[in-house]
Design a protein around this ligand. Structure first.
Ligand SMILES: [Zn+2]
Length: 365
């Protein structure tokens, strides 16, 4: 029997980063701590429950890889920011805010009494060419060209929205800067002629602390009092609205296409059988008492934000109402309603119960 590791391992992210996050994340300077985005888990769940030959499978696998790479870059940036000295700033990791009717996402925001700083991290290898004329960033890697939106334009737009947000909420205005941080030291940066913003605002991660120091020189005067800065902090935290995961809608996949059942934690076979209070794999004979937990999480991430006893039985292939009751109550879920109206949902901020799914485990029929 395998125990679940406490720390979720994401492929390609060193465990020390994650441990660092957890230890340093308690530091009072980190006003809002980054957690693994629910979408990462939801995409993993989705892939594991699609038929092997589903026509959208490879696109979704590609999206997951991109998101993981992006997340890895964000963690690398958090690590760099950990080198900042002093305690005159707040760091917000992963904020999603609304201005007017538009939502906008900030990977990392740094606030001081002197200025605010939006940091966008790009975890991209190869050569990056910033094209002023077409508003594009072109990446060349292994003889292949790929176009992206110019992150400088995106960050500039985020700045406008953040300014708007402060105004709408009658908060103090503060100068806001933005940088694009490139996480790979080997990534080569190029730009079209006269695109001065690239020189000023795009650089490799190891220059970050020095760049922040230069902003500290630029904005010598205090722009907001500590009490006003704290007001901004509180408003940012209370306004954060995390993106709910709805991958089925996004990829236009129907609920009927999601395969039910319990995966074998050992060989990934979908279709474990319940025998005397244990799950048993007909393929590799592995047994588990907790294999259903991932299935219930998959259900909650993909099919419905709540699960009832009968939905649980149907999805897991369980006959006994009592077993389903025990299973659901043993998981760390939020419970509402009574008797047959009882439903269970994921607790907010409880993403870490997601377990230790390994991607590309080759499931489905
Ligand atoms: Zn198995």
């Amino acid at each position: 029997m395998r125990d679940k590791p406490i720390i979720t391992e994401i492929e390609g992210i060193s465990k020390s980063f994650i441990e660092w996050l957890i230890i340093e994340g308690d530091d009072h300077l980190i006003a809002k701590k980054r957690t693994t985005p629910l979408q990462l888990y939801a995409l993993e769940s989705l892939i594991s429950r699609m038929r092997q030959k589903h026509k959208k499978r490879s696109d979704i696998e590609g999206d997951l890889t991109k998101r993981k790479t992006g997340f890895k870059g964000e963690l690398a940036l958090d690590y760099e920011l950990g080198k900042l000295q002093g305690n005159n700033y707040y760091i917000f990791q992963d904020l999603r805010l609304k201005s007017g009717h538009l939502y906008f996402q900030l990977d990392t925001l740094l606030l001081t009494k002197h200025f605010g700083l939006i940091l966008e991290i790009k975890n991209i290898k190869g050569t990056l060419f910033f094209d002023n004329e077409f508003g594009q960033m072109i990446r060349t890697y292994e003889d292949k060209e790929e176009g992206f939106k110019d992150p400088l334009i995106q960050a500039g737009a985020q700045r406008s929205l953040l300014r708007e947000f402060l105004k709408e909420n009658k908060l103090e205005t503060i100068p806001i800067e933005y940088f694009i941080v490139i996480s790979h030291a080997s990534t080569i940066l190029k730009s079209s002629q006269g695109y001065h913003d690239v020189k000023e605002r795009v650089f490799h991660a190891d220059h970050l602390i020095q760049k922040i120091a230069s902003l500290q020189k630029k904005y010598k005067n205090i722009q907001v009092k500590k009490s006003k800065l704290d007001e901004i902090k509180q408003k940012l935290l209370s306004s954060h609205s995390p993106l709910l995961s709805i991958p089925l809608e996004y990829y236009q996949i129907t609920k009927e296409e999601i395969l039910p059942g319990v995966h074998c934690p050992s060989c990934s076979h979908l279709g474990m059988e319940r025998i005397y209070g244990k799950w048993s794999c007909p393929k590799c004979k592995f047994t588990s008492v907790t294999a259903h937990e991932q299935a219930i999480i998959d259900y909650l991430l993909l099919l419905n934000p709540t699960i009832s006893n009968s939905q649980c039985r149907k999805f897991l292939g369980l006959k006994s109402r009592k077993s389903a009751h025990i299973i659901l109550n043993r998981m760390n879920l939020e419970k509402t309603g009574t008797n047959k109206g009882t439903v269970y949902r994921l607790k907010e901020g409880e993403a870490h119960i997601m377990g230790n799914r390994h991607i590309n485990r080759g499931s489905g029929t």
